[in-house]
Design a binder for this molecule. Structure first.
Ligand code: DAH
Length: 337
């Protein structure tokens, strides 16, 4: 056997190992060359017949041959085992699978759905509007004149084309009334944007639910009845609500609505700052100017509207102290809900 024969043999062996299509074929190559009765031990025996000058080179080539082939077979066996190409090679079909934990719905989504469902049982339907709004829908039509502080660039994000990021969900009222005749009964959850510096209770992007009910003879008593029902469904049968006079441009009269504190049931505690009450939402009777903007006849119809912050309600219900927890998407936080 010449050195060249040996080199050719090595090339052929490595080629066979490379082309082996499964673990069995690979094992065949190993037996052919490396096993005790394989070709390589036979070549070793040839060594004694090789001339003294050629012997060192021949010996080194045989050794390299053995090592390289063994290495290639080992790597390839590992590949087969990992890919499961061969059922025999390290792939145990009886092993239990890896449990991929189920995700949970975000607390904001859960509370939004709960609020929406409560109003749906009263016959409200869900209406939607875009995050990018016209100044008219977001302000003018809602009786909010150009000199109103909330129109300041300090408070609202304006776009270069003169539109804005809606700072409340109230423009959905406008859109809906422009397209539908009364009676109207809608609920509209969605994102809002304000130029607030983020802290424990503020976020530049948050969520509200808007409500609107317009028909003949809708009164403040209807508003109170509706919100009492809502409060009981959300917080439990013992909750009470109260109206406090307030001002919103789009309602007259306007109120802020408090619920009895869910922690102390109205007795007074740290959470409600000893008042027994927690402010939950804003509401009121739709201002006739709003009806005029959307083409409703305010001598025929009346209505109530309300708006509430979903983050605030979520934080109250779950005892969350920092609004930023709701946006960091830390699964250790989210998986608790
Ligand atoms: N848009 C108000 C806000 O962002 C919330 C609100 C108050 C909505 C009274 C209403 C309402 O529809 O009648 O603070």
């Amino acid at each position: 056997m010449t050195l060249q024969d040996l080199i050719d043999m090595k090339a052929a062996a490595l080629e066979k190992a490379r082309n082996a299509e499964n673990a069995e074929a690979l094992e065949g190559v190993r037996i052919e060359y490396l096993a005790r009765k394989g070709l390589l031990p036979k070549v070793m025996q040839e060594l004694k017949n090789v001339s003294p000058e050629e012997k060192p080179m021949f010996g080194k080539t045989v050794n390299d041959f053995k090592n390289e082939l063994a290495e290639r077979i080992k790597t390839k066996q590992a590949e087969f085992a990992a890919s499961g190409t061969s059922a025999g090679a390290g792939f145990d079909l009886t092993q239990p699978g890896q449990w991929q934990g189920l995700g949970t719905r975000h607390p904001i989504t859960q509370i939004t759905d709960r609020i929406t469902r409560i109003f749906q049982t009263l016959g409200f339907t869900v209406a939607d509007g875009p995050d990018i709004e016209t100044v008219w829908n977001n302000f003018d039509a809602l009786n909010t004149p150009a000199d109103h502080p909330s129109r300041d660039e300090q408070d609202t994000f304006y776009l270069n084309n003169g539109d804005l990021m809606r700072c409340h969900t109230s423009p959905v009222q406008v859109r809906y009334m422009m397209e539908h005749k009364p009676p109207v009964r809608i609920i509209s959850p969605g994102r809002c944007y304000r130029r607030d510096t983020p802290d424990a209770t503020h976020s530049a992007n948050f969520h509200q639910v808007e409500g609107l009910y317009v028909d003949e003879n809708v009164s403040l008593a209807d508003l109170k009845g509706t919100l009492s029902y809502f409060a009981r469904e959300l917080m439990g049968p013992n909750v009470k609500i109260r109206f406090r006079p307030h001002f919103f441009p789009f309602t007259e009269p306007s109120v802020e609505v408090d619920f009895t504190c869910h922690v102390c049931n109205g007795k007074g505690c740290r959470v409600c700052k000893n008042s027994g009450w927690i402010e939950i939402l804003g509401a009121g009777m739709v201002d006739p100017n709003v009806f005029q903007s959307v083409g409703y006849d305010s001598s025929k119809v009346t209505g109530f509207a309300f708006g509430m912050g979903i983050e605030r309600i979520t934080m109250i219900l779950y005892g969350i102290h920092d609004i930023r927890n709701l946006y960091e998407n830390d699964v250790r936080f989210l998986s608790q809900f």
